[in-house]
Design a protein around this ligand. Sequence first.
Ligand code: VGL
Ligand code: ZN
Length: 206
Amino acid sequence: MKTLLLTDIQNDFCPGGALSVKEGNQIVPIVNKLQSHFDLVVAVQDWHPANHGSFAANHEGKNPGDIIDLNGLEQFLWPAHCVQGSKGAEYVAELNQERIERVFQKGTDPTIDSYSGFFDNGHRRATGIGDYLKEKGVTELYVVGLATDYCVKYTALDANELGFKTTVIEDACRGVEVKEGDIERALEEMRSVGINVIKSDELLNA
Ligand code: VGL
Ligand code: ZN
């Protein structure tokens, strides 16, 4: 069974948002077109409490881009984003949500960040999406969304490790690119463990 996983297609990751990803909104028409090519569509949502430890503002004297130790893990600090219940945390209005069977939220524990849709950054707690997909009989997982070099990457790496045949649709993703080249390095890291990286054409024109 072929499944499309929509990662964090939220206002805060689009131009004008709190953690804006360049051209983030441009993936939406592609993602909308892709959905009809899949048996199942599921989604992940970055969903932080206002006191989340990944927000620079919650650490005195710290700024976005600083790195701290958060509960034993190295944490890159972000501007406050995807706060539960805020407009920024909502899915982009243009995203077709009719086919989304279930939404899995992550980043809800203030003491640890969560880039992957499957586990927090310490692999301490699962969101439940892995078991859900296995129960549904999902074998092939296609990952799209924001951001290529964070959530998409860690979600794809975990999916691959859990045994799903994992594909990332490159043009249906955009990256933060904190450092120039981060997107390309993320794609390379994914390819190096056997994740397929394709363009949407390969599915839309098939
Ligand atoms: C993400 C940074 C912080 C992502 C989430 O979804 O890629 N990046 N929180
Ligand atoms: Zn976040």
